[in-house]
Write a protein that binds this ligand. Structure first.
Ligand code: SF4
Ligand code: SF4
Length: 439
């Protein structure tokens, strides 16, 4: 396993509070020079585009992705990734102590113990049930509102539940899996959007059908805990990732039940049925970074989940935050990836293996290398590429909004400042557990 601690010793020098504010002053001065509007909160205003096609080059022969080739599914049929990894519990190895591992695996409780273990990847199970969970009853008459009012209500409800950001788009069939693959039962079948179907259902031949009337996709983001993620790639960070998945299952189910209670159909989606990142981009939530993840208007440390519905909603437009422009000179995730799975250099239209969705101009992460590192790491979900990204800052941190505006202008200089401030440095778990309580 590459020594990521060692790489950090050379790149993360730490910085005094005084120098930190000097750095912050430099950022503010740069923003002022560039005459960039500051929102004063944790979100940004960005240029919009009419469609994802205006921001991304997508080839005409772009094919729908078969979920069977997705890396988690390949663990079930591809000998290269079998058998599953065994947890590393070794009290003499920093980051893999009983304490670290307990926190790491406990974080998955919500998603693993509420019937969503496979639901978040395979769909229609547990909190991701396509049928009502029975907490709301359909009214005699569906609730009526204009698409704009309805979108506002949905976003307000999401915001008050603690969902980090919400955007709305419509079905773009290109980003739906051609086939689903159930990791538990190994069931495999087509996914169809149908003009004739009246309800979402599983047909006897294994085809999953979604009525085309459920054309609205509410895309939402759940934040993962900053401090836990800062221990990546070690045990505690696995709990941060798992907690992101756990909380998003609850959020998805709650939003679906809310919409059902308004008298409309709702299908909650985790990582199943359709690709998350393109839908989040189409819904105006952010851009795809070099690390293959969504870099959103609220930062890099997010998990994506969706609810499809036939409740008419006003939709959002894709945004250009300048992330990809910044990624060109940043390359911090490529440098810090312990598996060297993230490319340096230019975007391409082809990825290295069958787990990539070829045909979009972007940076393709080598998921095989990534997964083999996770196996070596005792099944821990690394996510150092999120933890070290300069767009990952603690919640409410004011320079986040500032950083979004000046990052594309400062480029590599901002990475140097980010390193100097100690961001992305691995927090050793022995230190993690000794931090004082906030209150
Ligand atoms: S999660 Fe994968 S791609 Fe990201 S830093 Fe870890 S090994 Fe690299
Ligand atoms: S670390 Fe840098 S290059 Fe990687 S995704 Fe974040 S901003 Fe882009």
């Amino acid at each position: 396993m590459p020594d990521t601690n060692e790489s950090n010793k050379t790149t993360s020098k730490g910085i005094s509070r005084r120098n930190f504010f000097k750095g912050a002053g430099l950022l503010a001065a740069t923003a002022a020079m560039a005459q960039l509007p500051l929102t004063g909160n944790n979100t940004v205003q960005a240029a919009t585009a009419n469609s994802i096609n205006d921001l991304y080059e997508i080839s005409k022969d772009f094919k729908r992705f078969d979920q069977k080739n997705e890396m988690f599914c390949r663990m079930e049929w591809d000998p290269k990734f079998m058998p599953p990894p065994k947890p590393l519990i070794n009290t003499s190895m920093p980051g893999y102590s009983v304490l670290d591992q307990a926190a790491g695996f406990a974080g998955w409780t919500g998603t693993n113990s509420l019937g969503t273990q496979f639901g978040w990847r395979s769909g229609d199970e547990g909190f991701y049930s396509w049928a009502s969970l029975g907490n709301t009853k359909p009214p005699q008459e569906p609730w009526q509102a204009s698409p704009e009012e309805a979108a506002h209500v949905i976003k307000l409800y999401a915001q008050d539940l603690g969902i980090a950001a919400t955007g709305i788009t419509t079905v773009d069939i290109r980003f739906f899996y051609s086939h689903y693959f159930h990791r538990g039962t190994k069931k495999y079948g087509e996914i169809k959007i149908s003009d004739t179907a009246t309800k979402a259902e599983l047909l006897p031949d294994g085809t999953r059908v979604i009525p085309s009337s459920m054309k609205y996709v509410i895309v939402m983001l759940a934040s993962m805990p900053y401090e836990m993620m800062a221990t990546a790639p070690y045990g505690v960070s696995h709990g941060g990732t798992g907690f992101g998945y756990s909380i998003m299952a609850l959020y998805a189910a709650t939003m679906a039940e809310f919409i059902r209670g308004l008298g409309y159909n709702a299908i909650p989606l985790g990582g199943d049925t359709a690709l998350c990142v393109p839908q989040a981009i189409a819904a105006g939530l952010g851009e795809a970074g070099r690390n293959g993840m969504l870099i959103s208007k609220v930062g890099a440390r997010v998990r994506i989940f969706r609810v499809m519905t036939d409740l008419p909603l006003a939709t959002d437009k894709p945004i250009n935050l300048g992330v990809r422009e910044f990624c060109k000179s940043c390359e911090k995730c490529a440098r810090e990836c312990p598996a060297q799975a993230i490319p340096y250099g230019d975007m391409t239209t082809e990825g290295p293996n069958i787990s990539n969705h070829h045909g979009i101009k972007k940076w393709y992460v080598n998921a095989e290398k990534c997964r083999l590192f996770w196996n070596e790491n005792g099944g821990i979900t690394c996510i150092r590429c999120i933890a070290t990204c300069p767009y990952n800052k603690p919640d409410g941190y004011w320079t986040h909004a500032l950083g979004n505006k000046i990052a594309p202008i400062l480029g590599g200089t901002l990475v140097t400042i980010d390193d100097m401030m100690g961001y992305g440095k691995i927090v050793e778990t022995k230190d993690y557990w000794k931090r004082p309580l906030r209150n």
